[in-house]
Design a binder for this molecule. Structure first.
Ligand SMILES: Cc1cc2nc3c(=O)[nH]c(=O)nc-3n(C[C@H](O)[C@H](O)[C@H](O)COP(=O)(O)O)c2cc1C
Length: 376
């Protein structure tokens, strides 16, 4: 049988296969609290070896979109418990994606209309948050200039991540995935084209640029243990005004080595090609660069599994697992429209395509009404 469908020991958590449901924001939590429909949606998809939830804001400050279920209040923790219990009841495993958007936000979403915060004081040009317009109507809204976090505040944000990790365990999650990808707060520290700080988190040295990310990882592992800690990164990603820079490979190589030393459960790499407009060198594709980065880093990641997501299908996933580039394969959009994706891939049943109009927000249509394949 293909390794993709065999069980896998993820730092002590047994997964029934190597298929991971990638984190996907669905914006269907009216009060920012996960509810019964959230629980049903994830339970329908629990034959994935591992589910990673949609990004769950670690604080009000970390929120950039309305209707995303957070993980900082008691009600939110209780709300998520419905999901974790439902997924576990049918034999699934689930990690919560801990999310701070940084500058990809808007005062209308922040407490008392404050400015969003970031590593930087630079605006995310062309980016949109999802907040309220002047008439109080919810919708996409251009991001505004952030306020740069002070050095003391950075420590508080690190602790917010640790507390959110404790909350996730309290809610029954098997672990957490720190969201270090896609142009949000952690990447705003990592990227020298965005990070304009002057303190020990500045972009002047690689060590300083990595400091925040590693402090978050250390705080979370101290809070809930390395075996329950994963992180998502998106090397070469340009989402939300992340400029490319010269030493991207060196930056992520050093980060992967540092993560390997910490022996966390996994590193989840998102390949953004195909998801956003990746500009730049076309002779060597972004995917090639990511694969080569991962192969180089593999010896440093002895106790840390590698997940890759972005444009995978069964065959690509199997060949990347077979040649040792990755350990687990992440699937996003296919899981929206194929709750039984694992069975469909395994049996070569056809896949349903997802309706992009119902990705975010709206009703239960396009959320919990995609059927499993009828093989009769
Ligand atoms: C509707 C939607 C919402 C997403 N939300 C998130 C998110 O909250 N956090 C995240 O890290 N990635 C998010 N992603 C990216 C996915 O996790 C995944 O990496 C991407 O869709 C590429 O995989 P695919 O080609 O299999 O869809 C989202 C993607 C989609 C389609």
């Amino acid at each position: 049988m293909s390794a993709l469908f065999e069980s896998y020991n993820l730092a002590g958590t047994t997964l029934s296969n190597r298929v991971v449901m990638a984190p996907m924001t669905r914006s269907r939590a009216p009060d920012d609290i996960a509810d019964v429909s959230t629980a049903l949606y994830y339970a329908q998809r629990a034959t994935a070896g591992l589910i990673v939830t949609e990004g769950t804001p670690i604080s009000r400050e970390g929120q950039g979109y309305l209707f995303n279920p957070g993980i900082f209040s008691g009600e939110q923790i209780a709300g998520w418990r419905l999901t974790t219990q439902s997924v576990h009841a049918v034999g699934g495993r689930i990690f919560a994606q801990l999310w701070h958007v940084g500058r990809v936000s808007h005062p209308s979403i922040q407490a008392d209309g404050r400015d969003p915060v970031s590593a930087s004081s630079k605006i995310a040009e062309g980016a949109t948050a999802y907040g309220y317009d002047e008439d109080g109507k919810a919708g996409p809204i251009a991001t505004t200039a952030p306020r740069q976090l002070t050095t003391e505040e950075v420590a508080r944000v690190v602790e917010d991540f640790a507390q959110a990790a404790r909350n996730a365990v309290e809610a029954g999650f098997d672990g957490v995935e720190i969201h270090g990808a896609n142009g949000y707060l952690l990447e705003q520290f990592l990227n020298p084209g965005v990070n304009d700080r002057k303190d020990r988190y500045a972009a002047d040295t690689l060590e300083n640029r990595l400091r925040f990310v590693l402090e978050v990882v250390d705080a979370v592992t101290n809070a809930i243990g390395r075996k329950r800690t994963g992180i998502r990164i998106s090397p070469f990603g340009q989402l939300f005004d992340m400029p490319l820079y010269d030493d991207i490979a060196e930056t992520y190589g050093a980060l992967l080595a540092a993560l390997g030393e910490r022996r966390i459960a996994y590193v989840h790499v998102m390949d953004q090609s195909g998801f956003s407009d990746i500009r730049g060198d076309t002779k060597v594709t972004t995917s090639d660069k990511i694969h080569s980065l991962l192969r180089t880093a593999k010896p440093d990641l002895k106790d840390t599994a590698v997940i890759l997501a972005g444009g995978l299908n069964r065959q690509r996933a199997e060949s990347l697992i077979a040649d040792g580039t990755i350990d687990l394969a992440g699937f996003g959009k296919p899981f929206i429209s194929n709750p039984d994706l694992v069975a469909r891939m395994r049996r070569d049943w056809p896949l349903a395509s997802a309706d992009a109009d119902t990705f975010y927000g709206g009703t239960m249509v396009g959320y919990i009404d995609y059927p499993a394949y009828d093989a009769r």
